[in-house]
Design a protein around this ligand. Structure first.
Ligand SMILES: [Zn+2]
Length: 191
């Protein structure tokens, strides 16, 4: 089963009983999926909050992220700033934001809008410039949220933000891969 689809089942709590009476192809139960989650707490929290929509784990996730993802050598005068940056990185990663104008509708590898011109029925979306991504927050607003000045954002914090984004994406693919593997093993053991 697709690991992302499996995760959505965590919020619906399908029981083993329901699985047995529905007949046909056995589906995975809540316990199967929960049991197949990665053992690393941070990885499991990341995919549960993002793909299962279990926002009740948000405080846990922030706490673990601060503990595990914030490098010791990243100094800050105010520890709350670390938390704010991490929260921003996590929120953007959970909801990367699809362009409102084109809805991320892709044609030949770029995001487009329909036109009335029959010869050229599509044009590159001018709002996102074909990327499909909602325009990122400005450095100014990032600095404001974190509580630093714009220069400090540019000099130090923007690179930290980019680093965190990369780490989150790596952890996510590792976590989904582990879940997928564990679910497959689970399937085999049921035959
Ligand atoms: Zn667009």
């Amino acid at each position: 089963m697709n690991p992302k689809r499996a995760l959505t089942q965590l919020t619906t709590r399908i029981t083993r009983y329901a699985d047995t009476v529905s007949g046909g192809r056995p589906t995975l139960s809540w316990d199967d999926i929960a049991g197949a989650l990665p053992k690393e707490r941070i990885q499991s929290l990341l995919i549960r909050v993002k793909w299962a929509g279990e926002s009740q784990f948000w405080p846990d996730l922030v706490w673990w992220a601060l503990r595990e993802l914030w490098p010791q050598e990243w100094k800050t005068q105010d520890p709350r700033r670390a938390q704010r940056l991490l929260e921003l990185a996590l929120r953007d990663w959970i909801d990367p934001g699809i362009c409102h104008r084109c809805g991320g509708h892709e044609q030949d590898g770029r995001c487009v809008l329909r036109t009335r011109d029959k010869k050229h029925p599509f044009r590159t979306c001018p709002t996102c410039q074909g990327t499909g991504i909602r325009r990122a927050r400005s450095g100014r607003s990032m600095a404001q949220i974190i509580g630093i000045d714009e220069k400090t954002w540019r000099d130090t914090w923007s690179a930290r933000f980019a680093h965190l984004e990369a780490v989150l994406n790596t952890l996510e693919s590792q976590a989904l891969h582990t879940l997928e593997k564990n679910l497959e093993n689970n399937d085999h053991s049921n035959i």
